[in-house]
Design a protein around this ligand. Structure first.
Ligand code: ATP
Length: 500
């Protein structure tokens, strides 16, 4: 049965994963807050990425671990950064407006159902579901059999055809305007004077902070080519149509690594990182066929990758994109675009003198695995969401133990005096090492149900037998199977499970 996104959003709010930002004021379109469990889940994914990139980076093709260091750069940088990077001027996606509804859409995000036989061609957001398309066709009095139409991205249609197109939120054709540029960067002013000279931008990607520090890192550490610089942090884009929960928001987090290498090795490293990044997403629980790998079409290449090897995407089949996929991470060959451009705009030399190559001087090429942390969290939640009508909660979150926000819950069977102190003692011991919950009140069924809904993999129950023989019941979330283990073994038990 397909999962309904509304149910996932409702669970996220009910159990404290994700709330609309400024909820008491009715929210703010494109902004979200992470609640007590959401922040733990996000930190788990973030820390796993940092470990996989910076603390224990993979072994390279020669068998030695590759060299990657981390940084944390400012969100606001000298505005010349964004001129050099191509974001001022370049970071604007062509937009079409609807003259009737005044709504604005990204041209490359609309798909049109075209047919030689029809004189009206309905347009939809690219992430629309087939059922919604069929519904709208019926409403328009058109045949609702999708096989009669061809789905074409709006960027592929000539302006002459716009007269036939019915916008996503209208009933009559011809309301969409020609595409225009629209800058996605948020602007503000540094200092008290709101003048043009003081205009600064919130970063639209974390990558540029890395390029700005490329020389600082080379001069202050012992890294040698090839090497990487990694960063995790917030990025801001004034998306025209924020939608699909946290999938496309205006404030989000990225996990990016810029891998600097000799131009001749770019292809080898792009393939290397594509494979490593795929392994990563599988290791955090996206092992199913919901994960897909896709090389980019050449006509959707970003401005920096035009002459290079292009970008390959790792995609996930979200409930709102199914049967299609949405981008989770892009592994781009950025060539020497950024360093060269910063060299031109700043006058600072970005060349590398390579002693391993007879002192050859070159500007390195860059392979960039750029992932969305926020989008990754959404993929983990969607993947984990499992309907099971046989259990009281009706649903459980099947997180891997390593990703689960709470690793275990300690539940005294009753609030009786004998059970509670043992539970408290176990809780104090376990929390030194793992995020765990101590839940004393309510009947045990309700407490299990709550833990199922938040994806806690193990529950340890203290009962009368515990007093007799020092054993506790372990209940495993997915199978609901129960076994008894000795109190002394509990932390070791959890430690072993966390390795998975
Ligand atoms: P899209 O085509 O979906 O707008 P993009 O190709 O512009 O994305 P990149 O610039 O490559 O995205 O950013 C890297 C990653 O950052 C994306 O793979 C995605 O996971 C994440 N990301 C980008 N934009 C958003 C957003 N508005 N909200 C949440 N995550 C985002």
């Amino acid at each position: 049965m397909p999962v309904d996104m509304k149910d996932i959003v409702a669970l996220c709010k009910r159990r404290g994963f994700i709330f609309p930002a400024s909820d008491i004021y009715g929210g703010l379109n494109g902004f979200w807050d992470f609640g007590p469990l959401g922040v733990e889940l996000k930190n788990n994914l973030r820390d796993r990425w940092w470990k996989a990139m910076v603390i224990t980076p993979p072994l390279g093709p020669d068998g030695a671990p590759v060299d990657i260091v981390g940084i944390d750069s400012a969100i606001i940088q000298n505005p010349k950064t964004w001129v050099a990077s191509g974001h001022v001027g370049g970071f604007s996606d062509p937009m079409v407006d609807c003259k009737e509804t005044k709504k604005r859409y990204r041209q490359d995000h609309l798909i049109v159902l075209t047919s030689e036989k029809a004189d009206r061609w309905p347009a939809f957001h690219e992430e629309s579901e087939n059922a919604d398309m069929e519904k709208k066709l019926k409403k328009l009095g058109m045949p609702s059999d999708l096989s009669l139409f061809e789905k074409i991205n709006l960027t592929k249609l000539p302006i002459e055809d716009y007269a036939k197109i019915i916008g996503p939120d209208t009933k009559e054709p011809g309301t969409l305007t020609e595409p225009k540029e629209f800058n996605l960067m948020f602007e503000t002013h540094a200092g008290p004077i709101q003048s043009e000279e003081n205009k600064v931008y919130l970063r639209p990607e974390t990558a540029q902070g890395i390029f700005l520090n490329y020389k600082n890192v080379l001069d202050s550490t012992r890294v040698k080519m090839p090497f990487g610089i990694a960063q995790i942090g917030k990025a801001y884009r004034n998306e025209v149509n924020p939608r699909n929960f946290i999938f496309r928001s205006r404030e989000f987090e990225q996990m990016e690594m810029e891998w600097f290498c000799h131009p001749d090795e770019a292809k080898m490293w792009q393939e290397f990182w594509f494979e490593e990044r795929t392994k990563f997403w599988k290791s955090v629980g996206l092992g199913s066929d919901n994960l897909a790998m896709r090389p980019h079409d050449s006509d959707e290449l970003a401005h920096y990758a035009k002459q290079g090897l292009g970008t390959s995407d790792i995609e996930y089949k979200f409930p709102f994109t199914a049967p299609g996929y949405g981008e989770l991470e892009g592994i781009a060959h950025r060539c020497d675009f950024d360093l060269k451009s910063h060299q031109e705009h700043s006058g600072v030399k970005m060349e590398y003198l390579d002693p391993a190559r007879d002192n050859e001087r070159y500007i390195p090429h860059v392979i960039e695995p750029a992932a969305g942390l926020t989008r990754g969290v959404l993929a983990l939640i969607c993947e984990a969401y499992t309907v099971d009508e046989s259990r009281p909660s009706g649903v459980y979150l099947n997180f891997t133990p390593a990703m689960a926000p709470k690793k275990a819950a300690i539940l005294p069977l009753t609030a009786k005096e004998e059970h509670v102190p043992i539970a408290q003692k176990l809780y104090l011991e376990l929390r030194e090492e793992f995020p765990v919950d101590l839940d004393i009140k309510q009947n045990i069924g309700k407490r299990y149900a709550r833990q199922d809904e938040i994806g806690t993999p193990y529950c340890f129950t203290i009962d009368n037998d515990t007093i007799e023989d020092q054993t506790v019941t372990v209940r495993e979330r997915n199978t609901m199977a129960q076994e008894r283990i000795h109190l002394d073994k509990v932390s070791n038990y959890l430690r072993e499970k966390m390795k998975g």
